[in-house]
Design a protein around this ligand. Structure first.
Ligand SMILES: [Zn+2]
Ligand SMILES: [Zn+2]
Length: 611
């Protein structure tokens, strides 16, 4: 536990103590620190709402002012059970009813593990700790939200109320956090996505399935063009594959049935369904037969890899053909729990910036390096300079990994060497590798300090085995290629979601759905406005004329709200001299310029993808 987590978990105890002072019957379950603060789950008939927060916070402030020491004690399992039965755990003293959740948690503690209690003031809790020395160490705190949560996340268990809070060592840090929260709300891609008409989610289409509206589609297309250009330079070949594939394919790859819980259920052919129904097959039978491979069906693809493998394997390959680099903006479908869905960043259907590289052992290091060069280039193009890299390595001494130790050594060294060249912080995380190979993850920190896990580069020794891939070596013998999976930006959905927040909706010119808006001062100048628009469009610029009857001031404000990078105002003076009066989002009023010069400049800025 970090110092901050210790502080926050201590604040959870203070929260529980305060709630008990107000509602002595409250029963507590788990109260851990989390990424954004802490929570404590409470079972209470009274429905807690944010209106209750000031009352609870006032009690918490008293407990903190009293500077109660946290006292740790070790007890035997028997003693702990007795205390639980007397209702004395997560309580202010003896109660008529047992501390039922604490008794249940106690049962889950393995035999032989030390059982500890922490007491502050009158409040005693079953807790592994650690805690800060006294409640007074909690410098500043606030309750932030209340939500419902099933005990242990299982919907068959009782529904509890989860009270969330935040805590810091100082008031200044809490204040900074509040400002950042406000900024995050302003930048929320779900809110901006709606306001700027970038994407839509419709319950009738399905939760977690993104409809890219025309403006969002432009952003995505520009992004794909940009990435594709880089991929062509790096010698990738573009492929397209279908959205469904036979279960057989995913049985070979191992994606089915092992990951069934995170997939949409299979599609079964009509004839098979009729035949099985005629045989009196139940739904449960059908599911079992599909899993055992006794009935065939199709899967909405959860991964693109098996299809790229089939493209690689569709012709004999020689060592001279390698590396083969197959790229696809490939759409995959995964069944995320509905509670996990979030705008564009947690979805059920998404298009990965996917590619698979089939390489010889000797090529592995250079190809991993190439993947990282692309990442570096793309992040730089968005001024995302604050990112870090996580290296997922083997757990020392474990034998769960496929592939030869020597291959792993080489792959891990290649990942490490490539990561070093990025010039950003990287951490080595032993035990975080997949069982089939080491990996590199990218975590971007945005302008307001939040971290976003994007994509990954993953070495794979296993799928080439499962699909029995080979190429002919210089010795004329068959050799096994190594595969590299890479989707450095994760998915187009996630990346665009992150970009919306990163730019607060104000995309750079080249990504903007509308690049220039022409504002005629009045109807009299609509002919010249049309000419300006035609000149821009002929140069490939996305331009539109504001033809409304609004006053110029209102037109300017609307274009600002819609975050259009350039406005050009046209009136009599401009029409006569074939000029435009330019206002840019960055520099404000730039004065009048000849139309041709302006068109040239915009073209230039777009082609250079200036920020
Ligand atoms: Zn605790
Ligand atoms: Zn893959």
């Amino acid at each position: 536990m970090t110092e901050l987590e210790k502080l926050r978990h201590s604040c959870a105890h203070v929260l529980a103590e305060a709630v008990l002072r107000i509602w002595p019957e409250a029963q507590f379950a788990a109260g851990p620190p989390v990424e954004q603060g802490f929570y404590y789950d409470v079972d209470l008939t009274h429905r807690i709402s944010p209106e209750d927060f000031p009352k609870i916070e006032a009690e918490m402030a008293k407990i903190i002012a009293a500077d109660q020491p946290f006292e740790r004690s070790v007890v035997s399992r028997g003693e702990a059970i007795d205390l639980g039965k007397a209702g004395k755990l997560a309580a202010l003293g003896e109660r008529g009813v047992p501390s039922r959740y604490k008794l249940d948690i106690l049962e889950g503690i393995p035999e032989g593990e030390e059982i500890t209690l922490y007491r502050n003031g009158a409040f005693t809790d079953l807790c592994a700790g650690p805690h800060v020395a006294t409640t007074g160490k909690i410098g500043a705190f606030a309750l932030t939200a209340v939500a419902s949560a099933y005990y242990k996340g299982d919907e068959n268990n009782p529904q509890l109320q989860r009270i969330y809070g935040i805590a810091f060592p100082t008031k200044e840090e809490l204040e900074h956090w509040r400002v950042m929260q406000e900024e995050a709300r302003k930048r929320d891609h779900r809110k901006l996505g709606r306001e700027l008409q970038l994407f839509h989610v419709d319950e009738t289409v399905g939760a977690g399935l993104i409809l890219w509206t025309p403006k969002g589609a432009i952003v995505r297309q520009e992004l794909q063009n940009f990435i594709s250009e880089e991929l062509r330079r790096q010698g990738y070949e573009q492929v397209f594959t279908p959205h469904i594939g036979r279960l057989e394919l995913y049985r070979t790859s191992g994606h089915y049935p092992y990951y069934s819980d995170s997939q949409y259920p299979p599609l079964v052919e009509r004839e098979t369904l009729h035949r099985l129904a005629g045989e009196g097959c139940t739904c449960a039978d059908l599911a079992a037969r599909l899993e055992k491979g006794e009935a065939e069906g199709y899967l909405l693809k959860p991964m693109n890899c098996p299809m790229h493998i089939k493209i690689f394997d569709s012709q004999p390959r020689s060592y001279r053909d390698l590396p083969v680099r197959l790229a696809e903006f490939g759409t995959v479908y995964r069944w995320e729990q509905s509670g996990e869905l979030n705008g564009m960043t947690r979805v059920r259907g998404f298009t990965q910036d996917d590619a698979h590289l089939f390489v010889t052992d000797d090529q592995m290091a250079a190809e991993i390096q190439g993947c990282l060069d692309l990442v570096k280039k793309v992040f730089a193009a968005f001024n995302m300079t604050d990112y870090r890299v996580r290296l997922g390595l083997r757990e020392p001494g474990s034998d769960k990994y496929v592939g030869k130790a020597a291959d792993w050594d080489r792959a891990e060294a290649a990942c490490r060497d490539a990561a070093k060249t990025l010039g950003v912080a990287y951490t080595e995380e032993p035990g975080e590798a997949a069982f089939y190979g080491p990996k590199i993850d990218f975590v971007v920190r945005d302008v307001i300090g939040r971290e976003w896990q994007l994509g990954t580069v993953q070495v794979d020794f296993q799928l080439p085995e499962r699909f029995d891939l080979h190429y002919t070596g210089p010795d004329n013998k068959p050799h096994r290629p190594v595969m590299i999976h890479r989707a450095p930006f994760g998915s187009m959905e996630r990346f665009v979601g992150v970009l919306i927040e990163h730019f607060a909706g104000a995309f750079p010119l080249w990504l903007s759905p509308e690049q220039v808006r022409i504002l005629p001062i009045s109807d009299k100048f609509s002919a010249y406005a049309g000419e300006v628009s035609a000149a821009l469009k002929a140069a490939g610029v996305r331009a539109a004329v504001d033809t409304s009857q609004d006053k110029l001031g209102a037109k300017i404000r609307l274009a600002q709200v819609e975050k259009v990078p350039y406005m050009v105002v046209v009136g009599g003076k401009e029409a006569e001299s074939r000029q435009v009066s330019v206002r840019s989002r960055k520099a404000g009023d730039e004065g009048s310029k000849p139309l041709e010069d302006f068109v040239e400049r915009i073209k230039q800025e777009i082609s250079e993808r200036l920020l």
